[in-house]
Design a protein around this ligand. Structure first.
Ligand code: GLU
Length: 469
């Protein structure tokens, strides 16, 4: 049982819009969303678009599209960091005033030279504090015409420790941390600073993000402390790896979330899959998002990296396709059928067809491919016809053609009638089922013949048989 946090839960998803919404990002968003939903809290969407060279409006749209497809609705935002510049400048000014930040006039060349010296001395390269004000210290004269950066006055001693909800206690010595530049010479704020100010202003209580951010966390904690902000709880989720244990990349399949609807995956399958990829609830593998939000807590997050498994995702997709409403499936499958030249004229209703086929298909695309059987004229292969439509079975098929005129048009009645015809002619099921499949559908592989005939309808079955008898 998770005990409810003392303050209302506020989580955020804070993607940088530099590409597409990838699977790792989607999982981070899902967990942050579910945690907020679990406690009736607030889920904030924040777009971290300060990297002007890499951020694009298309990438913002890709994030919004991905979130929408997954149904991860945000309660506040999207907030864009580029629209919050005045606020960051205000905090920088305040920090300068309070002495938690200072102007540094060292030139980039000087900073590089001091780093070089430290490297040569076998030390960790860092800013040497030339411009850091100290009691009784006289700062160098300000070089004429040089614009300063603003540096954060990081504590010199002690440690930063936080209890990571995924990784456990993490401690980093302040000696490892530099006096971070928080504003560039032109006044633009830097990444870690913006994140800290945003998490403060947006009153974020729980930060879940990829573990590539572990190194940023002590810097952000120090800044939050310096500005007097409460600390959120942090959880760093391990990477998603490919099935071979390597970093997930294109060669493992799609890494962009929006490639999955294109391939015929349902959002509930993707969500179900991502939910289990880094979190567990006993042996439960299949669950809805309502169930997930009820169960999700920070106690069963997996600390080790998860491996992406396409087969399992396909299996879940098959499960969720089977659960899905047939009209919805028809809406999803129809564009592909149309693109493939399906002829819907006088053909069976698509939801009825999909109900018959969905048991065995892993994707909407497979479902659409399978459904084509009902929406094209059969063109049975001549050699197969010669093999299956033999003189020995023709009288039985003629009897069958006669009987379908009057048989009750249900799967059961059709099956019973086929059995009677087989018995009367001393034949076995495949001997009549195979030529029937070829004549009615043009192919040998179909679902159960009685079900296929029933869906095609009496008139179509009669007309197609009539061409051969
Ligand atoms: N913008 C960062 C990213 O896309 C996430 C930062 C955070 O969650 O704190 O990796």
């Amino acid at each position: 049982m998770t005990t409810a946090p003392a303050t209302p839960v506020r989580t955020r998803f804070a993607p940088s819009p530099t590409g597409f919404l990838h699977l790792g990002g989607a999982r981070t968003a899902l967990y942050s969303w579910a945690f907020a939903r679990h406690f009736g809290g607030t889920f904030v969407l924040r777009i971290e678009d300060t990297d002007l060279e890499r951020s694009t409006p298309e990438a913002v749209q890709a994030i919004l599209d991905g979130m929408k497809w997954l149904g991860l609705d945000h309660d506040e935002g999207p907030f864009y960091q580029m629209q919050r510049m005045d606020r960051y400048r205000e905090v920088v000014a305040q920090m300068l005033k309070e002495g938690t930040a200072y102007h540094c006039y060292s030139s980039p060349e000087e900073v590089e030279a001091m780093r070089e010296r430290m490297r040569a001395a076998g030390e960790k390269p860092r800013y040497d504090g030339t411009w850091r004000p100290e009691e009784g210290k006289t700062l160098p004269p300000v070089p004429a015409g040089r614009k300063p950066v603003v540096r954060f006055r990081n504590p010199l001693d002690g440690d930063v420790t936080w209890h990571d909800v995924v990784k456990g206690e993490i401690t980093i010595s302040n000696k490892e941390l530099d006096d971070l530049v928080i504003a560039r010479p032109d006044g633009t704020p830097t990444y870690n600073f913006c994140v800290a100010v945003d998490d403060w202003d947006m009153r974020i209580t729980h930060v879940l993000r990829g573990d590539d951010h572990v190194n940023n966390t002590p810097r952000q904690i120090n800044i939050l402390r310096a500005i007097g902000a409460p600390l959120p709880q942090y959880g760093h989720l391990p990477m998603i790896l490919g099935s071979d244990g390597q970093k997930l990349s294109k060669r493992h399949g799609a890494v962009s979330v929006m490639e999955y609807p294109a391939q015929g995956y349902l959002p509930e399958a993707m969500l179900n899959y991502l939910a289990r990829l880094g979190w567990s609830h006993g042996d439960d593998e299949v669950f809805s998002m309502a169930q997930f939000c009820e169960w999700f807590n920070l106690e069963h997050l997996t600390a080790s990296a998860a491996q992406f498994n396409n087969e399992k995702l396909a299996w879940l997709n098959n499960y969720w396709i089977k659960q899905a409403d047939n009209n919805r499936l028809a809406g999803l499958a129809k564009p592909k059928l149309e693109a493939d030249g399906a002829d819907f004229n006088g053909a069976p209703e698509l939801p009825v067809v999909l109900a018959l086929l969905k048991e065995r298909t892993n994707t909407i695309n497979e479902l659409a491919d399978a459904a084509m059987l009902f929406y094209r004229q059969p063109q049975p292969d001549a050699a197969l016809m010669a093999q299956h439509f033999t003189d020995a079975v023709k009288p039985a098929l003629a009897a069958f053609a006669e009987r379908i005129k009057t048989v009750e048009w249900s799967k059961e009645a059709i099956a019973a009638m086929i059995k009677e015809v087989l018995a009367a002619h001393g034949l076995k099921m495949p001997q009549i089922a195979m030529p029937l499949r070829l004549i009615i559908t043009g192919q040998l592989q179909t679902p159960a013949i009685d079900a296929v005939l029933q869906v095609f309808g009496r008139d179509t079955v009669s007309a197609r048989l009539a061409k051969y008898l």
